[in-house]
Design a protein around this ligand. Structure first.
Ligand code: C2E
Ligand code: CA
Ligand code: CA
Length: 646
């Protein structure tokens, strides 16, 4: 028979290229890469033996009958390993292989017995000639060759069932690439059956491997080489596996609270170097506690957010403490010295958070919520504290609306010049039937994430406008109410029209309220936001900048916007003991006055603090020292009592 062996030659070339590219791109470490290299290598050997055993002699010069027979046996031996290796590869990709084989003797037997039978048939073939025989030195199929095909079919079916069973742990695009091997092999088998002289099989397997290399072996997706940590994509997949694997594992989430100010102060380049150093410090923590069989992964999820996964018998609390200690030491790069302010959260998965989707939501909420520095252990948190970070806060928001549990409170603001309360800030309250008070600092970020912020925003505006309409606040000395709006609300297309419509509907003056937006938002002021602010300003509505002094404050920039009031953040009031803070405050307040705007200091709790600001010509004071936020009636009473007396 004259065989067409060019397909084998092509397969050979492609396999060599795949191997070279794997080594050149350093895709050789780790279990997945390792298994893939084994598969490519075995396929390469198989191709070589295939050619040696059946190709026309002219191709290799003289090939003796002995070499041909040896090559045929070698072909069958390596060929037997390709499909089982593929099964193992799929198991590695889904991250479930360890639990499938390592901890289950029955599976182990089930998986390896067909392979053993295959090898056995080849070993006894010289006596039985069941698989192959060589009449006149030429290769011919034996009468039991179907056993080999049957075993191949077994592994194909096994892999397919495995793939389907664990499909949730593999991304879609990868699933397609991994499943492509089936149609390819089936088509090639059909072709080979019709045209037996075409050696197409190895080429078809090679094509499948090529597809896998392109779609599945993607280091750029899982490793952020710039900082030397794994990516968010890798985190999503790896943590999915924590839920499939019976063992679970420990996770530490690390939030760098001052990350955005570090970026704006030092620039992206220096920041990246620092992140890289932070990662290697975490690495150091693990290398100081070597434990064979254990493993860990470090992830850089997004700006200012890291995660560490540990499996095995690490002392998770201890590791957590050590990482915290490592990260709180100053990090130097060139002339810069960075000081991370971190908060860490230790989670025991799946015990603490029972589903992967909840974990991902938790990571999001954790990233967005305000947390004190230091480390916390999730399982040691009290119920109410867990709610603070709770992923299903959306549920409480929904219930809040259904049961009418949202209320707007008012915190009076004192005018130093007029010696009375002239305005108030509207602050939203959610009092849940079961768990009681939920802080807006918690549910506002969650609402921004879920989109509930629009409903919340409308609710607050309606409540405040109604309050203004129903009471003659002006007569009581209250000039205007300050309403907090989130950037997201502001960015909504119909926001301005909506506000104008509501003003008409309630028949209130556009001077009876103003909007507060936070300083960080205004710092990264987008065009949309600026446009909204300008449009509202043109409609006679004033703005206040909230939380000034918390981010990378740029007063010049802010004052270019039509802003009437600057609210100095509570942290500045708390830091009055610091001579530099006092100096910054003095010059800031002076600049605000010069520009024709007004300053409010927030969060004043003591007489001393109030006195300092009175002395240094701040315009308004807000804080518990004067009054806490209170419900409508109490507020009215309060103002009535104080403003009348004053
Ligand atoms: P914020 O706008 O900076 O509001 C001031 C916060 O400081 C309020 O917290 C207020 O209760 C608190 N505060 C006032 N005086 C003192 C004091 O002397 N000492 C201390 N320790 N705290 C004081 P609250 O009500 O928990 O609100 C937290 C944040 O939630 C607000 O910070 C604001 O960003 C957001 N928020 C509240 N209501 C709304 C709303 O209706 N819409 C939007 N978008 N955000 C809101
Ligand atoms: Ca505010
Ligand atoms: Ca504020």
């Amino acid at each position: 028979m004259n065989v067409i062996y060019y397909f084998d030659v092509c397969a050979f070339l492609v396999l060599v290229i795949i191997l070279i590219s794997l080594f050149m791109r350093k895709l050789i470490h780790g279990r997945i890469n390792g298994t893939f290299i084994v598969m490519v290598f075995v396929t390469l050997l198989c191709t070589i033996f295939d050619m040696l055993s059946v190709a026309p002699l002219s191709m290799f010069g003289h090939v003796s009958v002995g070499v041909r027979i040896f090559a045929s046996y070698a072909y069958f031996v390596v060929h037997a390993s390709i499909l089982p290796a593929y099964s193992i590869f799929i198991g590695m990709i889904s991250g479930t292989w360890y639990m499938y084989l390592k901890r289950n003797l029955r599976n182990k037997i089930f998986f390896s017995v067909p392979y053993m039978i295959n090898l056995l048939f080849i070993i006894i073939n010289p006596f039985t000639n069941w698989i192959i025989r060589f009449p006149k030195g030429h290769y011919e199929r034996g009468e039991y060759i179907w056993v080999i095909y049957l075993i191949a079919a077994f592994y194909m079916a096994h892999t397919m069932v495995y793939l389907l069973k664990y499909k949730d742990t593999i991304e879609k695009s990868k699933m397609f690439a991994l499943a492509a091997i089936y149609p390819i092999i089936i088509i090639s088998a059909v072709i080979q059956f019709i045209l037996p002289s075409h050696l197409i099989e190895m080429f078809s397997i090679t094509t499948s491997l090529l597809i896998i290399m392109i779609f599945v072996i993607k280091p750029e997706e899982t490793i952020d080489t710039a900082v030397g940590a794994k990516t968010m994509t890798a985190f999503k997949n790896d943590t999915k596996r924590l839920y499939f694997d019976g063992n679970g594992g420990d996770l530490i989430l690390i939030k760098v609270k001052n990350d955005s100010s570090l970026v704006s102060l030092y620039g992206l380049n220096a920041h990246q170097t620092v992140v890289k150093k932070a990662v290697s410090r975490m690495d150091k923590v693990f290398s100081s506690v070597p434990k064979p069989g254990n493993y860990y992964n470090i992830y850089y999820l997004s700006y200012g957010l890291f995660a560490v996964e540990m499996k095995g018998d690490y002392d998770a609390d201890d590791i957590c403490d050590r990482i915290e200690a490592e990260l709180s030491k100053p990090i130097r790069t060139g002339e810069f010295v960075f000081n991370f302010e971190c908060s860490l959260c230790l989670l025991d998965i799946p015990k603490d958070i029972p589903a992967h989707s909840e974990l991902m939501a938790f990571v999001d909420t954790y990233d967005k919520s305000e947390i004190e520095s230091g480390s916390i252990v999730y399982s040691k948190l009290g119920e109410s504290d867990k709610i603070r970070f709770k992923f299903d806060i959306d549920k409480y928001i929904e219930r809040g609306f259904a049961k009418d549990n949202f209320k707007v409170y008012y915190q009076p603001i004192y005018s130093i010049k007029e010696h009375k309360f002239v305005s108030a800030e509207a602050l939203l309250r959610l009092i849940d039937d079961e768990i009681g008070f939920i802080s807006p600092a918690l549910f506002i970020p969650a609402a921004e994430k879920s989109g509930a912020i629009y409903q919340i925003g409308d609710f607050v505006i309606d409540s405040v406008f109604k309050f203004i309409r129903d009471h003659d606040l002006k007569n009581m000395g209250i000039e205007y109410i300050e309403i907090n709006i989130s950037t997201m609300q502001c960015m909504k297309e119909d926001f301005v029209d909506n506000v104008k419509k509501k003003i008409r509907e309630y028949g209130i003056s556009n001077k009876s309220f103003n909007f507060e937006i936070t300083e960080t938002a205004s710092d990264f002021l987008s065009d949309v936001l600026t446009k909204t602010v300008t449009k509202l300003h043109n409609a006679g509505i004033e703005f206040a900048i909230d939380d000034y002094g918390t981010g990378y404050s740029n007063l010049q920039r802010i004052l270019q916007e039509p802003v009437k009031i600057i609210k100095l953040d509570k942290s500045l009031a708390d830091d009055l003991g610091n001579i530099r803070t006092r100096a910054v405050l003095k010059s800031t307040m002076q600049m605000i006055t010069e520009i024709g705007a007004e300053s409010v200091i927030e969060g004043v709790e003591t007489k001393e603090t109030a006195d300092w600001f009175i002395e240094h010509s701040c315009d308004y004071i807000q804080g518990y020292y004067y009054a806490r936020p209170m419900p409508e009636n109490e507020f009215l009473e309060f103002v009535h009592r104080h403003n009348a007396a004053g």
